[in-house]
Design a protein around this ligand. Sequence first.
Ligand code: AMP
Ligand code: GLY
Length: 426
Amino acid sequence: MRILVVGSGGREHALVWKLKQSPKVEEVFCAPGNAGTAKDGDNRNISSDDIPRLVQFARDNRIDLTVVGPEAPLVAGIVDEFRRQGLTIFGPSAAAARLEGSKVFTKKMLRRASIPTADFAVFNRWQEADRYIEESDEQPLVVKADGLAAGKGVFVCANKAQARAAVKSILQEKTFGDAGLQVVIEECLVGEEASVLALVDGDTIVPLEVAQDHKRAYDNDKGPNTGGMGAYCPAPLVTSEIMDEIVRRILVPTVHAMKVDGCPFSGILYAGIMLTAGGPKVLEYNVRFGDPEAQPVLMRLKTDLAELLMMAATGRLSELEGLEWDPRPAVCVVMASEGYPGDYVKGHAISGIEEADALPDVKVFHAGTALKNFEVVNTGGRVLGVTAMGSTVAEAKARAYEAVDKISWKGGWCRRDISDKAIGKR
Ligand code: AMP
Ligand code: GLY
């Protein structure tokens, strides 16, 4: 098989690395990729949003399977265009990608299908949203821009003043442009979060092992929200009973609703779940692998990923006889640029990656890196995902930080408490 991976982050490096291990895979291209995918695969300088050029590349290079990492090209219809051209691609159609591209679409679907989620209301006029907040008994409230906002469109508001300011910024000041034509105002859920990812082919659902992300920038879940500062897999918090409930009450009715609505879901269905006192509830859906969740999840996966994604892309998941996992837990620590998640300085040379990579059961996944004059430099906010396995979570954590401590660049930093929530629970 000849495979094209679309995207340039840590998730895409993990995909390239795992796909390359398949005996069925001849070549893995990555567009546009980073310094890590250049080493483990073959980069092509095509933007992940340039759908016509990606189609052309796949045709010219006889690509058997294209795997899309990020949400933006999915929401923009990359899968529809590849399929129109007779090319095989893993991911949801634009209509199915609305599960991530429109929070209003998702909340309405969840309500119609009686799937547990936070209570909500939808507005497109600022004054009406403002009045709703004023008259609401509920506090705190969560305000969300409808469309894609690179993780910045969600405001957990402690009081009415904050909620009113969020609504004003989205609907009146148009901070998010067209992604903010509507807002969802919802009840704030309390509990621990888990990332439940499942492979879906329109019909069959194959859940992956559950992961937990660390969204806040600093230790002890302090500081601003980020794309994710680290993750571990499995998540001992989600017992097999809870997982059964998530499958039965959330995943199955969602996949069914998408099918009967004429937009069957195929690809990775990623449910952001809050484990509340009243049971698991949907916070949001994503329509792709999580980043950094993909790194520890894929490190533990033993089933051939290329075959698996091909089966999902061609509607054959029902033929699968189950997944095989390394029983050892994996922990991924994200190393970030100085200033992230705000503005940061790029272009510093990074040292120690090879030394870290040479440690047993460690893999350094690149995210925001590039090669400059034969040196690896930081080019993004999240720079590396240092991932390790161990016989316990504590051992995986210790190994990941041993690797982290070999790597440095000017201003590079990370959280020091990734996976602590899981330690002691296994
Ligand atoms: P989302 O982009 O919808 O996942 O929101 C990002 C983050 O905001 C989630 O991971 C939660 O930490 C938080 N969040 C979103 N919705 C809610 C809610 N209804 N209650 C509490 N926290 C929420
Ligand atoms: N780590 C969260 C996400 O991928 O959306």
